[in-house]
Design a protein around this ligand. Structure first.
Ligand code: XMP
Length: 329
């Protein structure tokens, strides 16, 4: 059967236990083997939950017949490219192509201030980089994707156009392999856990496709992007240490493109502020703000202002959605 015709059976039990996850894994491994035979499969592996679970499933099913391409566009969070390499290449022995496209993306984005243009550059550059890598490989017949069931429902309802494959150029048309397409997000996580992926990969908070690019408002500069990355890493570390990881729906930092006066070691500074956003939601349509413990706020402010170069002030965004969206661009 054509993969695009596969639908979630209405009677399918929600996958909530390791046993149900294992049954799903066994079933998918058989289906993947049947579909792919001795063919080769390509996968864009971002390190997000869906593509990571697809990679782990395919590695179990077909091992070295899978080629994973991880594109580092310079807008990933601290430690993410390293984790993808460690988990998939070192621990799972995957055939992983790591593409350092940091300069390529940041050079294209230099001086671009319009949010929609930034998103467009990031999206189309990603396809170009991925297509370049795909053309270097011989004998690829299949493209694996982390499409999940809500993606199908939303695209059928005309809410979002989802299929990444639609963006690939004419000369690169592959048969799709979509082993998690009938799963809901919570089920993908249970399956990922059963496949042995680390918790911080399986239970990670949502992260937008354009990455830290939308958290560095206006024209992205390398120094301000680094300030976003470092402050985000501190915030994540403190949330993890203080039991907030997995409890607060999404939390991140933004470093806007303006400076203010401060003082450090008795000398005047003129640096950026860092904005902290921590929110909860069930549907992302309406969002409330997480009110943090004042002692934790003090500690995070202290760490960010002392450890992150270029930051002399920390601000908290206490605005729900609506009227504010979650991301700044
Ligand atoms: P907004 O800013 O629209 O964000 O209130 C709602 C949720 O969606 C995430 N988000 C994105 N996710 N690509 C994505 O994959 C994007 O371009 C994008 N923009 C926003 C955002 O992080 C939040 O969880």
């Amino acid at each position: 059967m054509d993969v695009m015709e596969i639908r979630r059976p209405e009677t399918m039990e929600r996958i909530t236990t390791p046993e149900l996850a294992q049954a799903f894994i066994d079933e998918q491994i058989a289906l993947i083997k049947e579909q792919v035979g001795d063919g080769k499969v390509l996968l864009a592996l971002s390190g997000g939950v869906d593509s990571s679970v697809v990679a782990a499933l395919l590695i179990k099913a077909i091992g070295q017949q899978l080629v994973c391409v991880h594109v580092n566009h310079g807008l990933l969070r601290k430690g993410e490219p390293e984790q993808v390499i460690k988990v998939f290449r070192d621990e799972m022995n995957a055939d992983l192509v790591y593409v350092d496209a940091v300069d390529r993306f940041l050079d294209k984005l230099a001086g671009v201030t319009d949010p929609e243009e930034k998103r467009h550059i990031i999206g189309s550059e990603f396809i170009d980089v991925f297509a370049d890598e795909a053309r270097k490989l011989d004998g690829i017949q299949f493209l694996a994707q982390g499409t999940i069931w809500p993606d199908i429902l939303e695209s059928e309802a005309g809410i979002k156009a989802h299929h990444n494959a639609g963006g690939l150029p004419e000369d690169l048309q592959f048969e799709l392999v979509e082993p998690v397409r009938i799963l809901f997000k919570d089920e993908v996580r249970v399956v990922g856990k059963q496949l042995g992926l680390p918790d911080n990969m399986v239970y990670r908070q949502p992260f937008p496709g354009p990455g830290l690019g939308v958290r560095c408002p206006g024209a992205i500069t390398r120094d301000r992007l680094e300030a976003v990355r470092e402050s985000d890493a501190i915030l994540r570390e403190e949330f993890s240490k203080n039991g907030l990881e997995g409890k607060v729906w999404q939390y991140f930092t933004v470093v806007p493109d303006f400076k203010s006066t401060g003082i450090k070691d008795g000398k005047r500074t003129f640096d950026w502020p860092c904005i902290i956003r921590a929110i909860n939601t069930t549907d992302v349509v309406e969002v409330t703000v997480e009110h943090l413990d004042p002692a934790l706020i003090d500690h995070i402010v202290k760490r960010i202002t002392t450890e992150v170069p270029g930051i002399n002030r920390v601000l908290f965004d206490y605005t729900p959605k609506p009227p504010a969206t979650v991301e700044y661009e």
